[in-house]
Design a protein around this ligand. Structure first.
Ligand code: UD1
Length: 404
C-alpha cells in the first residue's frame, strides 16, 4: 500500500516551515504530488525525489506569490498559506481549484488566520494574507471540522507566539499524521485526533525524515474491487485501524477479511444479499471519499445501496456513467440509490469527472462483462499511481491508451 496522498500533501506544504532538509518516505508519484512540488519550487525552494523519498529544502527568497495556474490546478494550494506566511510574512495565492465535487470555500482557513492576527484581503480572485510581525496564539472554534482548515490552523499556530486552542477540529487520520510530522520536527501540539487541539508555538522547526500513514482510500478501492470482481488479494502495509467501517459494510455483502501483522487478506466468498445504508460525514463518520468506492463495490450485489452525502454537494457524478453500464441507480438531492442491473450493456465509454468517481468507474468496469473505455484518466492519476499496473497485477485486463 502506498502512503496516503491526503497525508502527503499537507506534510509537503509544512516542509517549507522546516529548517534544513525534510523527507517524506515512500511518497507516491502522483500528479497531485507533482503539482505540489511545482508550488514548492515556485516559491524558490527545492523539492526532489531521492529513490522513494520526496525531500524538500527551504530556500529563502523574496517570492510571496504562488502562480495562478498552480493554485487553480489543485485545492491543496491553500495549504501553502500558513507555511509561506510564517516564512515571508505575506503571501498571495489565487482562489484554489481542485476536483469538481462541490462548492469548496476557504473561509474557515481565512477566518482562523485572521483570529491569529493575520490581515486577509481578497480581490480579483486572489487572496493575500499578511502578518509581518508574526501570528499570535488564540482560541478558535472552526465553523465545521474542515480537514484542510484544521491543517492550515495547526501549521499557523505551530510557530505563532504563545498558546492556541483549536476547537471543533477535523479528526481525520491525515490531520493526526500532519501533527506527528510537525511534532517530530519540534512543534508542541497535543490532542490531534480529538476535536480540541492545543498548540504551544515554537520559534523554529528542524528537518526530519517521516513516513506517513498508509492510504485508506486506496485500500478501500482494493476491497471494493475484490468485492465486485471476486478473487483474493493480499494487501501489505494495510491501514486496518482506519478501515473498520468500510470492512464491516462489505462483510455484510460477502467479503471476508483476515488481518495479520500489518497485512490483510481479502476474499469474496459469495454475493450475499443485504441492503446497505450509509450517511457520509466528518471522521469518524463514513468517509465521503469512500462513498463512490462503496458504490463500485456493490455493483454485482443483489441488495440495495443508499448513500446520503452530507459533506460535498456533487459526489455522485459516477451515477450517469454507471447507468451506461446498465446499473440501476439514481440520485435524489444528496442521496444516491443503487440496486443491481437494469440490463447488461456490453461495451461502454465512461467519463471520470473526479478522482474517486473515476476509481469507482474502474472498479465497476472491471466487474462487468465486455470492454469499457474510461476517459478522464487524469482525475484518477491524482490519487492512484499507475492504477492499471495495480489491477494488472491482480489479473485484470486493463491498459492505458495514450491519445494524441
Ligand atoms: C479533504 C480531502 C478530501 C476529502 C475531504 C473531506 C485532502 C487533500 N482532501 O479535503 O479528499 O473529501 O477532506 O474528508 O486531504 N468548508 C468550508 N469552508 C472552508 C473549508 C471547508 O465551508 O474554509 C467545507 C467544504 O465545502 C466541505 C466541508 O467543509 O463541505 C469539508 O471540507 P474539507 O474537510 O475542508 O475538505 P478538504 O480539506 O478540502
Amino acid at each position: 500500500m502506498p502512503v496516503s496522498k491526503n497525508a502527503v500533501l499537507p506534510i509537503l506544504a509544512a516542509s517549507l516551515m522546516v529548517d534544513g532538509e525534510s523527507c517524506i518516505n515512500n511518497c507516491p508519484k502522483l500528479s497531485d504530488v507533482y503539482a505540489c512540488i511545482k508550488i514548492t519550487e515556485s516559491t524558490g525552494s527545492v523539492a526532489f525525489f531521492e529513490n522513494d523519498s520526496l525531500c524538500v529544502i527551504y530556500k529563502d527568497s523574496n517570492i510571496t506569490q504562488v502562480p495562478e495556474e498552480l493554485c487553480r490546478a489543485m485545492r491543496s494550494s491553500v495549504l501553502y498559506l500558513a507555511p509561506l506566511l510564517y516564512r515571508k510574512g505575506r503571501v498571495t495565492i489565487s482562489l484554489p481549484g481542485g476536483c469538481n465535487i462541490g462548492n469548496r470555500p476557504v473561509d474557515i482557513h481565512l477566518a482562523g488566520l485572521e483570529k491569529l492576527g493575520a490581515k486577509v484581503e481578497i480581490s480579483d480572485g486572489k487572496i493575500t494574507v499578511s502578518a509581518l510581525q508574526g501570528l499570535k496564539g488564540t482560541q478558535i472554534k472552526l465553523r465545521v471540522p474542515s480537514v484542510g482548515a484544521t491543517q492550515t490552523l495547526i501549521m499557523a499556530a505551530a510557530t505563532a507566539k504563545g498558546l492556541t486552542v483549536l476547537k471543533n477540529c477535523a479528526r481525520e487520520p491525515e490531520v493526526v499524521d500532519l501533527v506527528r510530522f510537525l511534532n517530530l520536527a519540534g512543534a508542541k501540539i497535543a490532542g490531534a485526533g480529538r476535536n480540541e487541539i492545543i498548540i504551544q508555538g515554537v520559534q523554529s522547526l528542524a528537518g526530519v525524515s517521516y513516513t506517513p500513514v498508509a492510504d485508506r482510500i486506496v485500500a478501500a478501492t482494493l476491497l471494493a474491487a475484490v468485492n465486485a470482481c471476486k478473487g483474493v488479494c493480499i494487501i501489505n502495509n494495510y491501514p486496518a485501524e482506519y478501515m473498520q467501517q468500510f470492512e464491516n459494510l462489505l462483510k455484510q455483502t460477502g467479503l471476508g477479511i483476515v488481518h495479520y501483522s500489518d497485512s490483510a487478506m481479502v476474499y469474496k466468498y459469495a454475493h450475499v444479499k443485504n441492503n446497505i445504508n450509509v450517511h457520509t460525514g466528518f471522521y469518524p463518520a463514513f468517509s465521503t471519499d469512500m462513498g463512490p468506492l462503496l458504490s463500485g463495490a456493490m455493483v454485482n450485489n443483489k441488495g440495495a445501496l443508499n448513500i446520503c452525502e452530507t459533506v460535498f454537494e456533487n459526489r455522485f457524478s459516477y451515477c450517469s456513467e454507471f447507468e451506461k453500464l446498465g446499473i440501476k441507480c439514481s440520485v435524489n438531492d444528496r442521496c444516491y440509490t443503487q440496486n443491481g442491473y437494469k440490463n447488461h450493456s456490453e461495451d461502454a465509454t465512461l467519463k471520470a469527472q473526479d478522482l474517486r468517481a473515476g476509481a469507482a468507474l474502474v472498479v465497476a468496469a472491471l466487474a462487468k462483462q465486455g470492454c469499457c473505455e474510461i476517459e478522464g484518466v487524469e482525475f484518477i492519476d491524482r490519487g492512484y499511481e499507475k492504477i492499471e499496473e495495480v489491477f494488472s497485477a491482480l489479473g485484470a485486463d486493463i491498459r492505458r491508451i495514450q491519445l494524441d
